[in-house]
Design a protein around this ligand. Structure first.
Ligand SMILES: Cc1ncc(COP(=O)(O)O)c(C=O)c1O
Length: 521
């Protein structure tokens, strides 16, 4: 099954080329995003007079983990990362976070948007001159998409839930052509998808870049974020250190693709997929609303390669909110310093937005569960910073009262150093299949994917393991012999729960060809 459609539409593509020429746009390659040494010096000279957040096409080259951390005229250096000391995390394991704040838009999701947009642009499947780009998201992805669209001079529609932080809306008003707020908050993705269907039916000429099902999202993180982790690991880890894996909360499950890359370069490393305890979909097929903005949407994204996830953890959003206050209130930082956290670390803790804090806690759970020590390294991502949530800190002050030294001590002891190994599951093949099967309810029942596609998606990710294939083969033979007989014995068939409604197909007929719905407009 082709995961990224590369069918070429010559007429549209010619128009896209024309548009890019007119606007003097240069589209960077993934290789340049991975390694800024490959960026032409002429581009670097131009960037010296361009601000990080400016709507300027050359900023496409700043969709990179290597941006010099400054607001104007920065060049490129090593990957931006921030290591959290054990005085802070309460575990001797090394927890290292890539810093998303220094991407244009203040979050690395602008890269995921680029990963979804570019295949459509270079094939002519999206015509920036005549079509609108639609970016459904819970916040940062649609900001990234609106920004990428603005750089390409095309019209965009950003869709996000009305309950997301005020900062996101204020910024989008300036960049996106249209902003649509859908009912609910963080975990109300179904309402976003419903809006996409409404737009499709509206007759407007548009292309929907749905990050939850576009493999460009996964691909960008596999290649660019995964490589950035490798680079930091090779730079800072000593000969006795081991990369034990990545721990990441999932929204569209694009970022977690870096775990698959990390496994390919550090064999034996593991990937932990994390979510909010108040919305435990991966852990318990559960649902609910929560306050960790950017993650956990009551469904399993089409692109989540569950075969590569090794563990699921759920993080209590109360702990995340308390720690956000500890990290961003003066009383909290003073307390941390009094407990031995270096001043230089305490003063930078606003680099972690809510999901960054949840990622840190996921890594702590992973470290404690496996009993990791000082030579074990776990990588996380700090997707965005508190810059995008300062209104929330004010709101919590009003809602919960001033943050006192007592609150700081309680949060430190209970939520940070007290983080335990509860709400955690090491995934067996059975668990992976259960999580993958949940995709059915969103993607086949609601979004027009087919039964055959969902099966193919799982098969494509089976490990190349002869013993496993032999077992599958033997099981299929057994099912054929015992159940799919001339007179089918469907009662008691182990595949029955997975089969489409309507009973067995009459023998001797060719199966119907699956219909494939083209997404995106
Ligand atoms: C703040 C924040 N954290 C985490 C994520 C999750 O990343 P991904 O969608 O790649 O799983 C997102 C996604 O939008 C986000 O905005």
């Amino acid at each position: 099954m082709a995961k990224i459609d590369l069918t070429i539409y010559p007429e549209h593509r010619d128009r896209a080329v024309q548009r890019v020429k007119e606007r003097k746009i240069i589209i960077p390659t993934f290789a340049q995003m991975r390694n800024p040494d490959l960026i032409p010096s002429k581009v670097k000279e131009e960037l010296a007079s361009i601000g990080l957040w400016d709507v300027h096409p050359r900023n496409l080259f700043r969709i990179s983990w290597h941006n010099e951390p400054k607001a104007r005229g920065g060049g490129f250096g090593g990957v931006n990362y921030f290591e959290l000391p054990s005085s802070l995390t309460g575990t001797p394991a090394r927890i290292i976070g890539l810093v998303g704040k220094w991407f244009p838009t203040g979050a690395h999701k602008v890269g995921a948007a680029f990963g979804c947009l570019v295949p459509r642009l270079v094939t002519g499947q999206f015509d920036p001159a005549t079509q609108k780009a639609v970016w459904p998201s819970t916040g940062n992805y649609c900001r990234g998409g609106a920004y990428d669209s603005a750089l390409l001079g095309c019209q965009s529609i950003a869709i996000l839930p009305e309950g997301m932080s005020r900062e996101r809306f204020e910024w989008l008003e300036k960049i996106a052509g249209e902003v649509i707020a859908t009912p609910g908050s963080e975990s109300n993705v179904k309402e976003i998808f419903d809006k996409c269907w409404e737009l499709r039916r509206s007759g407007q000429d548009l292309v929907i870049f749905n990050q939850f099902e576009e493999f460009g999202n996964y691909l960008w993180h596999y290649n660019v974020t995964g490589h950035a982790i490798e680079e930091v690991a090779k730079q800072i880890l000593g000969p006795k250190d081991t990369v034990r894996g990545v721990a990441l909360t999932t929204g569209s499950a694009g970022t977690i693709a870096c775990g698959e890359y990390v496994k390919s370069v550090f064999p034996g490393s593991k990937t932990v997929a994390s979510e909010a305890l108040q919305c435990p979909t991966l852990l318990q097929n559960g649902f609910g609303s929560h306050r960790i903005e950017g993650i956990g949407d009551k469904h399993i994204p089409w692109v989540h390669n569950v075969k590569e996830s090794d563990m699921v953890v759920a993080i209590d959003d109360n702990a995340v909110v308390n720690i956000a206050r500890l990290f961003n209130e003066k009383v909290g930082r003073d307390y941390l310093v009094s407990k031995g956290v270096p001043e230089a670390v305490a003063s930078q803790l606003d680099l972690l937005g809510f999901s960054g804090i949840a990622n840190m806690l996921s890594a702590v759970k992973m470290a404690k569960y496996y009993g990791m020590g000082e030579n074990d390294a776990i990588f996380v991502v700090f997707t965005d910073s508190m810059e995008l949530y300062s209104s929330r800190i004010q709101e919590y002050r009003q809602e919960m009262g001033e943050f006192t030294a007592y609150d700081a001590a309680a949060t430190f002891g209970r939520d940070l150093h007290g983080e335990s190994t509860d709400n955690l599951l090491e995934l067996s093949e059975f668990d992976r299949k259960r999580i993958h099967n949940l995709k059915y309810f969103t993607w086949v029942e609601q979004q027009g994917r087919t039964y055959e596609e969902i099966q193919a998606l799982f098969m494509a990710h089976l490990p190349r393991d002869a013993a496993l294939f032999n077992e599958y083969h033997a099981l299929l033979v057994m099912v054929g012999k015992d159940y799919c007989r001339t007179v089918p014995r469907c009662d008691g068939c182990p595949l029955r729960p997975d089969l489409p409604a309507g009973g067995p197909r009459p023998l001797g007929r060719r199966p119907l060809r699956p219909t494939r719905r083209r997404t995106g407009g």
